[in-house]
Design a protein. Structure first.
Length: 268
């Protein structure tokens, strides 16, 4: 009887010890897993990530394409723990978006800072010195129905020109002569009658071009005081040959354009 009781007691003690050892091992394993995950989380938080930040003030309404192509952003390394939700890491992410609010220098660029841009908004396609100008044109001079948004064109201007004095005033007792010149060698068509999504209407005879601020002023003057032509260029590999000035003398007599310009009192 005593022998049986001693065996039971021994087996119970062994079982208790085994359970205790197993529990200790399990606790040790759990502790190691916790410490490993904690160490990984700490290392991850201290890891640096390259993000896009504003280099200068990005005003509300600035197109993302402009931000991405005109140096309004720069890359910067930040700790992953300091990474903003939705932070942009690639400038391509800015395409087709527009700043929803003012973004200040040093601020991370995030998806919440930008909204989806309207695909037909012309100001989304302008930056710095670029301007959009609407030219009223008839079907022949503007290639209405042929020129489409996205095309590249040259713009010519024709005038009746009179010789001028050195001070810029018209010379007395001189006649006016026709003169045509390339005003803009390479302009992007932003909108045109008949273009997909143009919104101008098929009967409209106006073409919207993207040019520089100086070219916009030249075209506005030419439209009011002369005759403007829009000439379609090849989609790729377009080249222009001299002369960029045409008069009766250059056309019929082969007179060098520079001599014709000098005959009017011009310097170039």
């Amino acid at each position: 009887m005593e022998h049986v009781l001693s065996n039971k007691l021994l087996s119970t003690r062994r079982g208790t010890i085994a359970v205790g050892v197993a529990a200790a091992l399990l606790a040790a394993i759990l502790l190691l897993v916790f410490l490993s995950r904690y160490r990984n989380s700490v290392n991850s938080a201290n890891e640096k990530v390259t993000v896009l930040v504003a280099k200068s003030l990005i005003q509300k309404g600035t197109p993302g394409d402009v931000v991405g192509t005109t140096g309004l952003f720069q890359t910067s390394e930040v700790l992953r723990s300091d990474l903003k939700t939705g932070a942009y890491v690639d400038p391509v992410s800015l395409h087709g978006r527009v700043a929803a609010d003012d973004i200040f220098p040093g601020q991370q660029l995030t998806s919440s800072d930008f909204s989806v841009a309207s695909p037909t908004a012309i100001d989304n396609k302008l930056a710095k010195y670029q301007r959009a100008i609407t030219l009223p044109l008839d079907a022949a001079h503007g290639m209405i129905g042929q020129v489409q948004a996205g095309d590249r064109v040259e713009v010519l201007g024709g005038f009746q020109v009179q010789r001028i004095n050195p001070d810029g005033t018209p010379a007395a007792n001189t006649v006016t002569r026709p003169l045509l010149r390339v005003l803009v060698p390479n302009a992007l068509v932003l909108d045109a009658p008949g273009s997909a999504g143009g919104g101008l209407g098929s009967n409209a005879k106006t073409v919207v071009l993207r040019v520089t601020d100086r070219q916009a002023a030249d075209l506005a003057f030419a439209s009011d005081n002369g005759k403007v032509w829009v000439i379609l260029k090849p989609a790729t590999g377009a080249r222009s040959a001299a002369p960029n000035v045409v008069s009766l003398e250059t056309l019929l007599l082969g007179t060098p354009p520079i001599r014709v310009l000098h005959s009017f009192g011009g310097r170039r």
